[in-house]
Design a protein around this ligand. Structure first.
Ligand code: ATP
Ligand code: MG
Length: 656
């Protein structure tokens, strides 16, 4: 970090397109009064307390926020239950017969659970967990495919006050064992398997191997998703029980929800591992639910008549907050899909949107860039006229991908909300309100009401508009994670020690433009230093993606004698584009034309895939390791190790 430059990051991108919401969208939006920003910033605690009042509490809180930096409590003294708020309160009125979850399996099977169905299932599952010995405070690990038993188990845990830890079904036995041991889970809920791209994912077999090394695990509950004719599994007597047996063992009746303190642990969830070893973040009850509830209502604009689909996996925080807790707290209808976007064909998503008449779609830049690469013809086969709002999360969205999403999925009509947030933040932090905000493609626009971010230099001073720097948050918000499970020190060190203990450091770089819009510039760890200029990855990559032959790109800095660092770009071409030397030359020039000669990549490497986390984020640190000839760092969250091997070969082959 060069101190003389104050740790700022230079902005190069010049994006001037703007998109206003239509008058009809605005008039119908859940929030359309811009004054909400002023109200929330003048009295954030009053603002959050008013929202918390929209949920059901057994006992009201004494204090809204109790802040002893970096530790915070929200709604202390209040008592509530998340499963009550997500399920019970909706069955008292007409929503009882409304679809809560519309589930579609990869082979095409479906289950639709009304709120009444969900209520019954959650109660039964909660009783089952109790019978298996799970008590308030005990941890339950959930290793399931995207099937209804996943949210049912989460809500059942919440009902009895047993924090859950969902482990993405794509993780290996070792990664599962690490997470089970780290959170000290007593029970594991898994299934005989799931479907992914037409194949079986053997979850129970993996779980069997994992629990060989997890002394705490007493019981394993196994959901039968596949059946023994598809994939038989071994059940260990005394330890393993089938879900369908265990759930019927009791009378299947009502399970009184625990009246939990607002700060009672709700779940532990591990980050994606993009920048290093994953962190197991703890989220608690009241504040988290307030955050997930309100952002779903305002950013995703969820209404009773919506069919809402978030394409993330519940194994990530996006799935926790925006498939399960946020939508259900709003009494919304949430779609869940088990499988891959290209099975049986590359139009599966659009087929689902058309058949289910999805109105609000929340997806990710990687997915969108994948669709761009596959070509618009897969989209055009379907009627997507039901869609009225699009959202994106997970990585910076390149302006070109934003425009493609709006044009091809949103008929050039719908608002697109880019939402910046993290596992740590629990809920959306920066992102427009679709009925209010004029959007700029590539910008996450404005902080959510009541959130106070800033962009600062290495000394923690705010940088002027137009400049880049470190993205920080100045005040606590209700859904902030409370600690790294079992490791307060790591929590403080990671998030509250770069500046003063009251400043949350996000690890991301950002720039605010002249109008105050936030542009995420990438991870601070990934910043390049070219001839004394500090450049974020986002703008260089966006320049590459704006070329019609490019679907996706990752840039890194590699040591260079004269410049300090040189730009190396890893590029995935679109559809049937041939990677040639001429194209590489053209791309280098394109970047120089778009954002300036300083950014011209020294080297372009074509690759069919980029190394990504299992949550589909580009892992630039591994590309750097390859480029610098180092032993590659933690790869446990890498999706496909062969991608890195291919890049390594290519890289070494071109070294002179
Ligand atoms: P780890 O913390 O283990 O390195 P991770 O940061 O990828 O993993 P997540 O919590 O899943 O784990 O991801 C949060 C990060 O994703 C953010 O810090 C940011 O870098 C990126 N991100 C998420 N949404 C956006 C967005 N809309 N624009 C830009 N970046 C985003
Ligand atoms: Mg992170």
């Amino acid at each position: 970090m060069s101190e003389e430059q104050g740790g700022t990051i230079e902005g190069l991108l010049n994006e001037t397109r703007t998109y206003e919401p239509s008058a009809s969208f605005t008039s119908a939006a859940n929030i359309n009064d811009p004054d909400v920003y002023r109200r929330a910033s003048e009295d954030p605690e009053g603002f959050w307390a008013e929202i918390a009042g929209e949920l059901d509490w057994y006992e009201k809180w004494n204090t809204v926020m109790d802040w002893n930096p970096p530790w915070v409590k929200w709604f202390d003294g209040g008592k509530l239950n998340v499963s009550y708020n997500c399920v019970d309160r909706h069955i008292k009125g007409w929503r009882r017969t409304k679809a809560a979850i519309i589930w579609e399996g990869e082979p095409g099977d479906e289950r639709i659970l009304t709120y009444q169905d969900l209520y019954r299932e959650v109660n039964q599952a909660a009783n089952m967990l109790k019978r298996l010995g799970v008590e308030k405070g005990d941890r339950v690990a959930i290793y399931l495919p995207m099937i209804p038993e996943l949210p049912i188990t989460m809500l059942a845990c919440a009902r009895i006050g047993a924090p859950h830890s969902v482990v993405f079904g794509g993780f290996s036995p070792d990664s599962l064992a690490d997470r089970i041991n780290d959170c000290g889970a007593k029970v594991v809920v898994t299934s005989d398997g799931g479907y992914r791209r037409g194949s079986v994912v053997p979850l129970k077999d993996n779980a069997d191997r994992a629990v060989e090394n997890t002394p705490n695990v007493e019981k394993m509950v196994v959901v039968q998703r596949l059946g023994r004719h598809v994939h038989p599994v071994r059940m260990r007597t005394g330890r393993d029980v089938w879900w369908h047996d265990a759930i019927q063992a009791g009378n299947g009746g009502y399970c009184e929800p625990e009246q939990l303190d607002s700060e009672h642990p709700l779940y532990i969830l591990y980050t994606s591992g993009t920048t290093g070893k994953p962190k197991g973040l703890l989220h608690t009850t009241g504040g988290y639910l307030v955050g997930a509830y309100l952002t779903s209502k305002w950013v995703l604009d969820l209404k009773d008549e919506d069919i809402y689909w978030c394409t993330a996996d519940i194994g990530w925080v996006t799935g926790h907050s925006y498939i399960v807790y946020g939508p259900l707290a709003n009494g919304a209808t949430t779609v869940m899909y088990e499988g891959a976007p290209d099975y049986p064909d590359k139009d599966r998503f659009w087929d689902i949107v058309e058949r289910r008449a999805v109105t609000v779609l929340y997806s990710a830049p990687t997915a969108i860039r994948g669709f761009m690469r596959w070509g618009a013809e897969h989209v055009e086969r379907h009627d997507l006229s039901s869609i009225r709002l699009l959202g994106t999360v997970g990585e910076p969205i390149n302006p070109e991908a934003w425009i493609w999403y709006r044009e091809h999925i949103g008929r050039n009509e719908t608002p697109v909300v880019d939402t910046w947030w993290q596992t740590e933040t629990g809920a959306v932090m920066i992102g427009g309100l679709p009925g209010i905000t004029t959007m700029k493609p590539g910008s996450a626009s404005h902080p959510f009401p009541g959130i106070e971010p800033d962009v600062v230099d290495a000394q923690g001073e705010s940088v002027p508009l137009g400049q880049g720097g470190f993205l920080i948050i100045r005040k606590p918000w209700p859904a902030i994670s409370r600690t790294v499970w079992g490791d307060d020190e790591r929590y403080v060190e990671q998030y509250f020690s770069k500046f003063t203990p009251d400043i949350y450091f996000t690890g991301d770089g950002a720039r605010r433009d002249e109008d105050g819009y936030y542009w995420l510039m990438g991870r601070v760890d990934d910043v390049l230093n070219i001839a004394g200029h500090r450049l974020g990855t986002m703008e260089l990559e966006s320049a590459l993606v704006s070329h019609p032959s490019v679907a996706e790109a990752a840039v890194i800095g590699v040591s260079h004698d004269l410049k300090g660092q040189a730009v190396a770009a890893f590029v995935t071409p679109r559809g049937n584009v041939e990677p040639t030397w001429d194209l590489a030359e053209e791309l280098r020039q394109h970047v120089a034309d778009k954002i300036g000669p300083i950014a011209r990549p020294d080297r372009i490497y074509f690759t069919a895939e980029l190394p990504k986390t299992r949550s589909a984020k580009i892992m630039r640190r591994l590309l750097r390791d390859v480029a610098e000839g180092r032993v590659v760092g933690d790869t446990t969250t890498l999706t496909d190790p062969s991608v890195l091997e291919d890049i390594k070969k290519q890289y070494e082959g071109t070294e002179e």
